[in-house]
Write a protein that binds this ligand. Structure first.
Ligand code: SF4
Ligand code: SF4
Length: 137
C-alpha cells in the first residue's frame, strides 16, 4: 500500500494538483476553485438510466462511454486525469460544464462528505468508489 500511495503522490505532483487542507464551505462556495473530486481515473462516474435521459443524446455521445461488456455500464468519459465534463477554459477554475444535468453520483458528493474530504486530501479522487456506489448500493 505504501508503494501505491507514493505513486499516487508522484502522479499528483506531476500534474500540479496539490492537496487542500481544511473543510470546504458546506454550500459549495469552494468547489469551482477546488475541483479535486472531478479529477479521477476512467470508469469512475457511472450513469443511471435517469442520468442518460437528463443528459440527452448529444451529450451522451460527446461526454460518455458505454462499455462493450456486460452489464454494459455507461460512464462519464475522461479527459486525461479528469472528467470530460469539466470546463477547463480558465486556469485554476474547475466548473462542471453540465452542472444542471450532472449524474446522480456527482450530486451525492457533497462538500465535506467523506468522498470530498478524501479528494481534497489526495488532490484527486484516489481510491474512493463512492461515485460508483451512489446508485448501486
Ligand atoms: S472535493 Fe469537495 S470541495 Fe472540492 S469540488 Fe469536490 S465537493 Fe467541492
Ligand atoms: S459530471 Fe461534472 S460534477 Fe460530475 S465528475 Fe464530471 S465535471 Fe465533476
Amino acid at each position: 500500500m505504501r508503494v501505491v500511495y507514493s505513486e499516487a503522490v508522484n502522479a499528483r505532483e506531476s500534474r500540479g494538483l496539490s492537496p487542500l487542507e481544511g473543510e470546504p464551505d458546506p454550500e459549495g462556495a469552494d468547489c469551482v476553485s477546488c475541483g479535486r473530486c472531478c479529477h479521477h481515473g476512467p470508469e469512475t462516474v457511472s450513469l443511471l438510466e435517469s442520468d442518460e435521459a437528463r443528459l440527452g443524446e448529444s451529450r451522451l455521445h460527446a461526454l460518455t462511454v458505454l462499455l462493450d461488456r456486460p452489464p454494459y455500464f455507461r460512464f462519464m468519459r475522461n479527459d486525461g486525469d479528469r472528467c470530460g465534463g469539466l470546463d477547463t477554459s480558465v486556469e485554476g477554475r474547475y466548473p462542471c460544464a453540465i452542472y444542471e444535468v450532472r449524474p446522480q453520483g456527482c450530486r451525492e458528493v457533497e462538500p465535506g462528505s467523506p468522498c470530498c474530504m478524501e479528494a481534497r486530501a489526495l488532490g484527486h479522487l484516489g481510491s474512493s468508489v463512492l461515485f460508483r456506489r451512489a446508485d448501486r448500493r
